[in-house]
Design a binder for this molecule. Structure first.
Ligand SMILES: Cc1cc2nc3c(=O)[nH]c(=O)nc-3n(C[C@H](O)[C@H](O)[C@H](O)COP(=O)(O)O)c2cc1C
Length: 182
């Protein structure tokens, strides 16, 4: 699949088949993540891979329904279907030492978002579905799972085989979002 096709085909998938994802594919997805651009090449990302259903339950209990709230459900229960959840975390040590406050507060997170995007595009190319999730409490997650104290969870990337391909949502056309050409 070429890169533009993967960009257009990637959808947020929240319905997964009950089918395990081979470890080799998960490592390919993570390896693709590590080739994202990185401020000063400080590579602020670190990962926690959650596959165990009991650990996944603890993780899901730290989520909030946010925009996906339906029928009084208070957590993002759909995540229980995802065979793998990659917790993308940041470590401020290297970035903070090089770039100070801006490094700690902004660049670490920008690194991780680029990394997550690479992972989701790689997942698409490998025939997997994915969805990134920020609707959770990072501190509660650190208490719920044995995540090393020096790293902070930023977002979750749920991965699995899609039960179906969601329809593309509406996107503003480029002419509506380019505000200035000079
Ligand atoms: C920063 C970020 C946070 C998101 N958080 C959530 C989330 O907490 N729960 C969820 O179901 N989807 C989440 N999404 C997925 C968006 O809802 C989704 O990207 C959007 O609806 C567009 O659909 P598409 O990804 O299929 O193009 C998030 C996406 C981004 C970029």
């Amino acid at each position: 699949m070429d890169v533009l096709e993967a960009i257009h085909r990637r959808r947020s998938v929240r319905d997964f088949l009950d089918q395990p994802v081979p470890d080799s594919l998960i490592w390919q997805v993570i390896e693709a993540g590590t080739w994202a651009p990185s401020a000063g090449n400080m590579q602020a990302w670190e990962f926690v891979i959650v596959r165990d259903p009991a650990a996944r339950r603890k993780l899901v209990d730290t989520t909030d329904a946010g925009i996906t709230a339906r029928g009084g459900v208070k957590t993002q229960e759909w995540l229980m279907q995802a065979p793998v959840i990659i917790v993308v975390c940041y470590d401020t040590k290297r970035m903070g030492a090089r770039y100070g406050q801006k490094g700690r507060e902004l660049m670490t997170k920008l690194d991780c978002m680029g990394c997550a995007q690479n992972m989701m595009l790689a997942a698409t190319g490998l025939g997997l579905g994915s969805c990134c999730v920020v609707g959770f409490d990072p501190q509660a997650l650190k208490k719920a799972l044995p995540i090393p104290k020096e790293i902070t969870p930023l977002l979750l990337v749920a991965i699995g085989y899609p039960a179906f391909e969601p329809q593309p949502p509406y996107r503003l056309p480029p002419e509506d979002v380019v505000r200035l050409v000079i």
